[in-house]
Design a protein around this ligand. Structure first.
Ligand code: SAH
Length: 261
């Protein structure tokens, strides 16, 4: 059966993106196969698309009829201030545009989607959030690392490595004490500090760790090591953003699963 026929069989009926509404949508980690039908439909309906650097160009290109507003980092230059992005969404909605705000991964996972939604609510602009596959789950899967394994972990922690000293800065020592695997988003910049705190919190230095770069994209690369050797490995292998840091016993399953292939 063709893909078109399979989709037709679903009887999938998309909601209509009305003029003046904003849909906050997640594009997944990069692989177009990880787009949801809702997000694909959003891209087909948008006449204004506000997107980040993390969204793959092929996915942006689906919305060929939409005016594109790129609000991510370009060539290392500072990204557009969040207030300006909020103002842009409000302006486009007020102009009666059909707005899709497209983010990498899931819009409500470390993507500031909730902040944007709050602004829209305050401004009385109708909005809707469309789930995307967050890079932790899409990325672990494409790297061959299961998120949970019976007998290995009964929980999995998603953490940001980038939060400055603020309320949402994770207590790494407390996370280490759970003994559960941790997937760290935006972890490269402050990796040294994060690793030091995890070790100080009692995480054994030989705990398996992985760096998953460009997960789900053709240039995906996974480097496995231990938490004790993570900083040195990342430097030696020149791991670049976007990358996830995965720490815990689930990482060791990768070699076992690949061995079985
Ligand atoms: N909302 C996004 C996360 C945004 S924060 C989501 O749900 O995935 C940005 C961080 O996400 C990056 O620093 C990186 O840690 C991670 N990330 C996003 N896409 C990625 C990819 N394709 N490969 C590896 N990490 C990715």
């Amino acid at each position: 059966m063709s893909l078109e026929k399979a989709i037709a069989r679903l009887n999938f009926e998309s909601q209509v993106l009305e003029p003046g509404h904003v849909w906050l949508a997640g594009a997944g980690p990069g692989d177009p196969g990880l787009l949801t039908l809702d997000v694909l439909s959003a891209l087909a309906q948008a006449d204004a698309l506000v997107h980040d650097a993390l969204v793959a160009p092929e996915i942006v290109a689906v919305a060929e009829q939409a005016e594109k507003f790129f609000v991510g980092k370009r060539g290392g230059r500072l990204s557009i201030p969040q207030d300006d992005i909020n103002a842009l969404l409000v302006k486009l909605a007020r102009e009666g545009r059909k707005v899709v705000r497209l983010k990498g991964g899931h819009p409500f996972v470390f993507g500031r989607g909730a902040e944007e939604a709050l602004v829209l609510t305050r401004e009385n602009i109708p909005w809707r959030a469309l789930s995307g596959v967050t890079s932790a789950f899409g990325g672990l899967t494409s790297a061959g690392i299961p998120a949970t394994v019976r007998g290995v972990n009964g929980a999995i922690i998603l953490a940001t490595g980038f939060a400055a000293v603020s309320d949402d800065r994770p207590d790494w020592a407390a996370l280490a004490r759970t003994g559960q695997p941790i997937v760290i988003y935006m972890g490269l910049t402050h990796m040294e500090e994060t690793v030091a705190e995890l070790l100080a919190g009692g995480l054994p230095a030989d705990t398996p760790a992985a760096l998953v770069e460009n997960a789900s994209l053709p240039q995906e690369r996974t480097v496995t090591t231990t938490i004790g050797a993570l900083v040195e490995t990342a430097a030696r292998e020149n791991v670049v953003s976007p990358a996830l840091i995965v720490v815990g016993g689930i990482v060791a399953m990768r070699a076992e699963l690949m061995g079985a292939k």
